[in-house]
Design a protein around this ligand. Structure first.
Ligand SMILES: [Zn+2]
Length: 184
């Protein structure tokens, strides 16, 4: 009987240990298992303007069922994230900071295990300065090509000037900078 009770103790300990690990894992990933996470943003990344553009693109991934954000993130940002979730028709959820641990402030998660390798971006994509300073949202073919190559995440923020735009006098906002003597 000694053996049995030792085994029992071991099993119980093993299980408890397992639960603790899972608990920590879920805290880190805002209430989910790591295997269900498709994408995550760290606190300092959520605060960046670029986060919105990136998320708008990321939520088009059909595996995603919900967006979870920590409730200590400023309301202005949370509201925008709620809009993105609504737009993508996925669940929006806020989680108490106290129920989390670590630097992650937002996750896009699936109901199932998806096993995505790199869910955190080391470097947030950044819109090059000349596009930031563009006079408008129109780009000529050449500048659109440049944007596609250098900052593909931001392509949807701009529109390539087409025949009809030209008729109404729309011009590439980046070329306009140059025409106004602003060197980029
Ligand atoms: Zn141009």
């Amino acid at each position: 009987m000694q053996f049995e009770s030792e085994l029992e103790k071991y099993t119980t300990m093993g299980l408890t240990g397992g639960f603790e690990i899972k608990g920590e894992e879920k805290k880190h990933w805002l209430g989910d298992y790591r295997e269900r996470i498709v994408f995550a943003l760290l606190e300092e990344q959520v605060m960046k303007k670029e986060a919105l553009t990136i998320l708008k693109e990321k939520v088009t991934d059909k595996r995603i069922d919900k967006l979870v954000i920590r409730n200590d993130i400023p309301e202005m940002i949370r509201d925008k994230m709620m809009d993105i979730a609504k737009m993508a028709d996925i669940t929006y959820k806020e989680i108490e900071k106290d129920d989390t641990a670590g630097p992650i402030a937002l996750t896009l998660a699936s109901k199932e295990a998806v096993e995505v390798d790199n869910v955190i971006m080391d470097n947030m994509p950044n819109l090059p300065e000349k596009f930031k300073r563009s006079k408008n949202k129109y780009l000529c073919e050449e500048h659109m090509e440049e944007l596609k190559k250098e900052a593909p995440y931001f392509v949807n923020e701009f529109k390539e000037v087409n025949f009809f735009d030209k008729l109404t006098g729309e011009k590439c906002g980046v070329c306009e900078l140059k025409n106004n003597g602003i060197m980029m």
